[in-house]
Design a protein around this ligand. Structure first.
Ligand SMILES: Nc1ncnc2c1ncn2[C@@H]1O[C@H](COP(=O)(O)OP(=O)(O)O)[C@@H](O)[C@H]1O
Ligand SMILES: [Mg+2]
Length: 328
């Protein structure tokens, strides 16, 4: 990435003290990690005895203005990666930086807003009071803070509910207050840990639309989720993390397109026409060639292939099934 990355994570490893029952890192002997999808192979030592590897040599970069989605099953290391980036957990090895500033330094957090996985809010405060509370924590006050609070309530669609106590808010409304809180000091980067977990489809849609609005305004967003549809709808690039390793990464468009196939979507085509379709489509009256291009797999299928099926060794067969399914 030529311009300064909003997020740079290099060869991040995080080991936690774990119970002896727990499986240790994938591998177990000193391993030549094949993996990080970006970056060079690096010799990584196995976790020390009694330690569990939560993040295993993850490298990724996010450009300013990008929306990057880290997806993976529960326990795959998403939150730990985010916390390392935020300087909330110390890497066992590797480095993280935000807009060029090392995550171990306090000033790296100046330009970041964070919505944690299970945000805790004071239920007796109103939405408005909550935003003001976080604003004051960030050193804001007076008319500027009042103005900012109103802007944020408006942005997250809670201007009506601003005077109500959070005790009466739905999960979706709480997540939106959480987003407003993360935005209070006008950061350039937003880190959202499972922003729609436990939120109903309508609430999820509101949050998704909000993320898209933020993108239009030039924010960089790093989100993680196990809810794939959401990720598919908002992210420019995604990384799939499995057992602590980044097993796949790329532009969403590229990841879910099947390069060696072409689909033709026709309107009003008869079954007989389908056999001769390639040549006839352009000549046939009443037939509309809606779109041509590479048919897509879904992010969900890709996700399952890279995680569950990777474990059961079914990865390559599944690709074939997929192409059969997609053929006309
Ligand atoms: N503070 C901790 N102490 C010990 N183990 C932890 C701690 N935090 C996370 N882990 C372990 O690290 C792994 C990854 O966790 P996490 O990053 O929370 O995954 P995800 O966010 O993808 O669900 C899990 O096995 C989890 O049990
Ligand atoms: Mg998590």
């Amino acid at each position: 990435m030529s311009e300064m990355a909003a997020v740079q994570i290099r060869n991040l490893v995080k080991d936690f003290r774990g119970s002896s029952k727990k499986e240790s890192a994938p591998g177990g002997s000193a391993l030549e990690v094949p993996g990080p999808v970006t970056g060079t192979p690096l010799e990584v030592l196995p976790p020390a005895r009694g330690m569990v590897r939560a993040v295993d040599n993850v490298s990724l970069e996010i450009a300013p203005g990008e929306i990057y989605g880290l997806i993976g099953p529960n326990g795959s290391g998403k939150s730990t990666t985010m916390k390392a980036l935020l300087g909330l957990v110390r890497p066992s090895s590797g480095t993280c930086s935000i807009f060029g500033r090392d995550s171990s330094k306090v000033d790296s957090r100046q330009d970041v807003g964070f919505l944690p996985e299970n945000p805790y809010f004071y239920k007796h405060l109103s939405g408005e009071e909550t935003i003001r509370f976080y604003g004051r924590l960030c050193g804001m006050k007076g008319a500027a803070l009042r103005q900012r609070t109103l802007e944020l309530l408006d942005l997250v669609g809670l201007e009506e509910a601003g005077k109500r106590r959070l005790g009466g808010y739905s999960k979706g409304m709480l997540q939106r207050i959480g987003l407003a809180q993360a935005l209070v000091q006008d950061p350039r980067l937003l880190i959202l840990d499972e922003p729609t977990a436990g939120v109903d489809p309508i609430g999820s849609r509101q949050i998704r639309d909000l993320i898209l609005t933020l993108k239009e305004r030039g924010f960089t967003v790093f989100l993680c989720s196990h809810l794939l549809e959401q990720v598919q709808e908002v992210c420019d690039r995604v990384g799939i993390i499995h057992r602590g390793s980044l097993v796949k990464e790329g532009r969403l468009e590229d990841l879910i397109s099947i390069e060696d196939q072409t689909e033709i979507i026709l309107r009003n085509a008869t079954p007989g026409l389908l056999d001769r379709i390639q040549d006839l489509a352009h000549q046939e009256a009443g037939v509309e060639l809606v779109r041509t291009g590479h048919p897509r797999t879904t992010l969900e299928r890709l996700f399952l292939r890279e995680t569950v099926q990777r474990d059961s060794g079914k990865v390559s067969e599944e690709r074939e099934d997929e192409s059969k399914e997609q053929s006309p």
